[in-house]
Design a protein around this ligand. Structure first.
Ligand code: FES
Length: 100
């Protein structure tokens, strides 16, 4: 696999013990990972993704970060939100509705 152009991080609320217990998890962030993976593949994007521990912005969760752009998104709680963010990634723009 070649080095990805971008890396998307999705808060899954993991704690040090490994158990997902926080706000983003409760709001369904993990359920969106499968959709995110499918969309990245379908679009043929050279983008990696990972789930993370709490990113300390719980009140705005679920949180998603696009690196190396360092664009932070909040309230990413639907497939529609993922679509808009991936549209923005493809076009080197930001999905302003969700930018923090
Ligand atoms: S649980 Fe996601 S930012 Fe805290």
């Amino acid at each position: 696999m070649e080095k990805p152009e971008k890396h998307i991080f999705v808060c899954a609320s993991y704690r040090v013990t490994g158990a997902p217990q926080g706000v983003c998890h409760k709001k369904g962030s993990i359920n969106l990972l499968q959709y995110l993976e499918t969309e990245i593949d379908d679009r043929g994007l050279n983008v990696a993704f990972s789930s993370t521990g709490c990113l300390k912005m719980c009140d705005k969760g679920p949180i998603l970060i696009v690196q190396p752009d360092n664009v932070w998104y909040g309230n990413v709680d639907s497939e529609k939100a993922i679509d808009e963010i991936l549209d923005a990634v493809e076009n080197n723009k930001t999905a302003d509705t969700y930018v923090l």
